[in-house]
Write a protein that binds this ligand. Structure first.
Ligand code: SAM
Length: 259
């Protein structure tokens, strides 16, 4: 086992039971184009490579790469991209592969939200995503309106993807153990015709402002972007709080901002 590097968010999965559950949830087939973010020591990489025959792994830590290559030799074609995943263009990967990607990973938790937003930017290149993340983040991703943890991440993800929290993984399943529980989540992009036709900049601006101070009313939170009359004209109560609105309401507000 290599020494885990804290600054790379390295917690290697060692528990066979949870590993098998993740691999079973992904259910990789030989026709799949799998992309794994952060293969580490290859816990998920090797069983997935065996199932799919081909896998592209994106790993930032150069020290891990020689062993990954060595151990993958008899299992299939492992393409390793040594890079920060946030700089990897998934759309070109899919174009080169000639088909959209299935993206998987036990993510480095220090950049889990940026990775999710990066994937959203390449949503047309992705069939589905299976990620292990802090449980608290998965709960926020899947949260429904009205809940205390419903927020920016819930709205932005749920508008474009179906979000399903699959199961919880305790710290003891990893080496070294993280401080918090983890969970595995499945994200399936909605068909393009079901995704909101709205300027992403407007949507981001509205959602960011609305949730910046959760206790404020919508009219107060959106001050400088939309006035109370415009909010009311969208059929939304300006006195409501952002956390009570369904994701579709933010699309209406973003469209109003664009007018
Ligand atoms: N998949 C392995 C497992 O389940 O045992 C390792 C998971 S570990 C939580 C996260 C992995 O992501 C590490 O291998 C780490 O080096 C890698 N990593 C960290 N930051 C990264 C980045 N910006 N881009 C790509 N990989 C990164």
């Amino acid at each position: 086992m290599s020494r885990a590097k804290k600054h790379f968010g390295q917690h290697f999965l060692h528990d066979r039971t949870y590993l098998d559950r993740i691999v079973a949830s992904i259910a990789a087939r030989p026709s799949d184009r799998l992309v794994e973010i952060g293969p580490g020591e290859g816990a998920m990489t090797f069983p997935l490579l065996k199932a799919a025959g081909t896998l592209t792994a994106i790993e930032l830590d150069t020290d891990l790469i020689p062993r990954l290559r060595e151990r993958a030799a008899d299992l299939g074609t492992l393409e390793i991209v040594q890079a920060d995943v946030l700089t990897v263009d998934f759309t070109s990967l899919a174009t080169t592969a000639g088909q959209p990607l299935r993206v998987v990973g036990n993510l480095p938790y220090y950049i889990s939200s940026p990775i999710l937003f990066h994937c959203l930017e390449h949503i047309d290149a992705i069939v589905d995503m299976h990620f292990m993340l802090q449980k608290e983040v998965v709960d926020r991703m899947a949260a429904a309106p009205g809940s205390k943890i419903y927020g920016r991440l819930s709205v932005m993800l749920q508008l474009v993807c179906e979000v399903v929290s699959l199961f919880v993984v305790p710290p003891g399943a990893f080496q070294p153990p993280p401080k918090v529980d983890s969970a595995v989540v499945r994200l399936r992009p909605r068909p393009p015709e079901q995704r909101p036709d709205v300027d992403p900049k407007h949507l981001q601006a509205v959602v960011r402002a609305a949730f910046a101070q959760r206790r404020k009313t919508l009219a107060n939170g959106l001050k400088g972007l939309l006035d109370a009359d415009t909010i009311a004209a969208c059929g939304i109560d300006p006195k409501a709080r952002a956390e009570t609105l369904p994701p579709s309401a933010f699309v209406d507000l973003a469209r109003a901002l664009g007018r």
